[in-house]
Unconditional design. Structure first.
Lengths: 306, 359
């Protein structure tokens, strides 16, 4: 019995000496660190706070001028108005029209560009053809040219193709402009996969598409998520192409938002503007939150070998 | 016996760099040929050409009498095992082994039967439903061998299959591959840079350097009668001792410094008188003795004695040439001791200094 007690005592003594040195939660270092972080967070959150609060107030309350104070009387009227009845020039059906336009632009653009770019990257890594390196260099060079330079030629090209001012034309433009960066992304990812895997699949009798769908695709889910986020946010937030290549009936949400906010007749309805802005930003935000973890993994996977 | 693989005048260039030069190689039915050489000698490249994974510049490849020079890898009747195993990570062991068969549209019950047989041969039955990530290195390589096995092909290609394994597993799997060969009697072409693997596994070894086969012969032949200086130096550990000297007395003796070694009994061609020649002696073909014998011994001084368990390696200086001799482990020699090395001339090799070829 006595020996057991001493054993335990010895064990305790040993255990106490082990492990990292305990830190106090409220050490000066922690107070400084977290204090700074909290101040920074508040600073960045302030505009969002103002937006949310303003969008929940009625116009009379906004005229009082206390932009930081919470609403005395919460109303969702501005949100409803921003969505369905705010006026842009002649039509008064709010952002809803722009939302559906944006969906119709974003979904096909994202899907087509990711499919084409992933096949591009796969072919550039595993099925090198004569001049494939030159092809890739030219493609990458394309990503360094400012978009503005290509706007006017693009307008002419679309006009000649009969696509100017249509949704299809804008989808085509987004697909083409997404190609350099997405191809680079996929090429780097596929070249980080072991080459012997590809060889083994060829010995096993799988062809170009067989290897792509059965071997490469299942291994590159994180990369597809990265591409998805990049494309959804990029295309959803696009304003320039939307305003240049489409007509008012099919303006994307961002252009619609701009028109609502900048419309000059009548009083400035700050609450409606705030609500409209947040509605527009909701889609990329949801994509981030839903796939953030995979996004980080994909970025890290691509970063190992470039 | 028919040839399983015939390579005729195979040439491969990468741009301006010539990787394989006019290569000819015949592998008999059921033969185990090892391609051995230092890195960059083109041995893996040759294997990739045989597999159809690289397009060749010139020449022809026949497998089982069929010209497969431009055939797809899957249509050549080969199975291949890779250094990094190359298992499909998202598939189970069963999925990995049956992938090729599914591509070839083999009926389901036939796939079942072949996978079961391969699993039985390689003792993979308990692992069939696991993913590669849950396997050890040795198990992964056995799955990779199984994947080649189920294809029911006549020719197996191995690309350094044991290089990623630790020493113990390597020797275990080496024995397993040898057992597999004696059971299946397939033709096997095996690439390695490990001479122990080559010497233990091969029916014939092709020693390669710079895209050229230096010597193609049975392991004993390669070991005892290396065709040139490169092969002699590459095979054997520690490597062969080379004494630089001259052949004198109408090719009857080798002059090394003050010492003359009698060449009577040398197995090889006619030794002419050469002002410069190299005498190659393997460490185990020398014996250490205290007394000189004229024409049979070389005087040397002991430098270091390295006991290696089964035997011990003694490093000596003969003139300014460093030599190694393998001796029984009981025999301890003090550094600085003057001894005489008795030469077994029947096992020695003489090389021409200029052509580097064995005489």
């Amino acid at each position: 019995m006595a020996s057991i007690t001493t054993n335990i005592a010895a064990h305790d003594a040993q255990g106490a000496a082990r492990g990292p040195k305990p830190r106090r939660a409220l050490s000066p270092r922690n107070i400084m660190l977290y204090g700074t972080l909290i101040v920074m967070c508040l600073y960045y959150l302030l505009p969002l706070w103002v937006m949310v609060m303003t969008s929940l107030k009625g116009m009379p309350e906004i005229r009082l001028g206390n932009i930081f104070s919470p609403p005395l009387e919460i109303t969702f009227e501005p949100w409803v108005k921003a969505w369905s009845t705010a006026c842009t020039g002649l039509n008064c059906d709010g952002l809803s029209r722009g939302f559906w336009n944006s969906v119709q632009i974003t979904v096909p653009s994202v899907i087509i560009s990711i499919i084409v770019a992933s096949v591009n990257g796969y072919a550039l890594v595993n099925w090198k053809f004569k001049g494939s390196e030159v092809f890739f260099t030219i493609l990458i060079f394309g990503s360094f040219i400012p978009y503005q330079i290509m706007l006017y030629p693009m307008v002419i090209l679309l006009r000649e193709a009969g696509l100017y001012g249509s949704l299809g034309g804008l989808v085509l433009v987004h697909t083409i402009f997404g190609m350099p960066i997405l191809t680079l992304l996929f090429r780097n990812y596929f070249s980080s996969l072991p080459e012997e895997l590809f060889k083994a699949a060829r010995v096993d009798g799988a062809g170009f598409w067989g290897i792509y769908f059965r071997i490469m695709l299942p291994m590159s889910l994180p990369m597809f998520v990265v591409a998805l986020i990049l494309q959804v946010t990029g295309i959803w937030n696009d304003f320039l192409f939307g305003v240049v290549f489409t007509k008012p009936e099919i303006y994307p949400m961002t252009v619609q938002l701009n028109n609502i906010v900048n419309s000059v007749q009548g009083v400035k309805e700050y609450n409606v503007n705030m609500a409209a802005t947040m509605l527009t930003g909701l889609v990329p935000l949801i994509i981030y939150f839903a796939s953030g973890k995979l996004f980080v993994r994909g970025i890290a996977a691509g970063a190992v070998k470039g | 016996m028919t040839n399983s693989i015939e390579v005729k005048d195979l040439t491969l260039n990468f741009g301006a760099v010539s990787v394989l030069k006019n290569m000819n190689l015949d592998v008999a039915e059921g033969e185990f040929v090892v391609l051995l050489g230092p890195s960059g000698c083109g041995k893996s490249t040759l294997l990739n050409c045989l597999a159809g994974l690289l397009d060749i510049t010139d020449g022809q490849i026949f497998i089982k009498g069929k010209n497969v020079t431009w055939a797809e890898p899957s249509a050549r009747g080969i199975g291949m095992v890779f250094q990094s195993y190359a298992l499909y990570p998202q598939m189970t062991v069963r999925g990995n082994m049956s992938f090729g068969l599914k591509n070839a549209r083999v009926p389901k019950d036939e796939i079942e039967r072949r996978v079961a047989r391969a699993a039985e041969i390689l003792q993979l039955e308990p692992l069939l439903d696991r993913k590669p990530a849950a396997l050890s290195g040795g198990q992964r390589q056995r799955v990779a061998i199984g994947r080649a096995l189920v294809r029911d092909v006549d020719v197996f290609l191995f690309d350094e299959p044991l290089s990623n394994l630790d020493a113990k597993l390597r020797s275990e799997l080496r024995v397993e591959i040898k057992r597999l060969h004696s059971r299946l009697k397939n033709t096997m072409v095996y690439v390695t840079h490990d001479q122990i693997e080559a010497l233990t596994l091969a029916d014939r070894i092709a020693v390669m350097r710079g895209g050229i086969i230096q010597q193609l012969a049975a392991p004993q032949e390669i070991y005892n009668r290396p065709s040139n200086l490169f092969v002699a130096g590459f095979i054997g550990s520690p490597s062969m001792n080379f004494l630089h000297g001259a052949t004198v007395d109408n090719g009857k003796a080798f002059q090394f410094g003050e010492t003359k070694v009698d060449l009577a009994g040398y197995e090889g061609g006619a030794i002419l008188e050469r002002s410069k020649a190299i005498l190659g002696l393997r460490p185990e073909h020398l014996t250490i003795q205290d007394q000189p014998e004229p024409g049979k011994t070389i005087p040397a001084t002991v430098e270091i004695d390295e006991p290696m368990g089964a035997d011990s390696l003694v490093w000596l200086l003969a003139g300014s040439t460093q030599m190694s001799v393998r001796v029984p482990v009981e025999r301890r020699l003090a550094a600085g001791k003057k001894v005489h090395l008795k030469v077994d001339i029947t096992k020695a090799s003489i090389f021409d200094t200029v052509t580097e070829q064995r005489v």
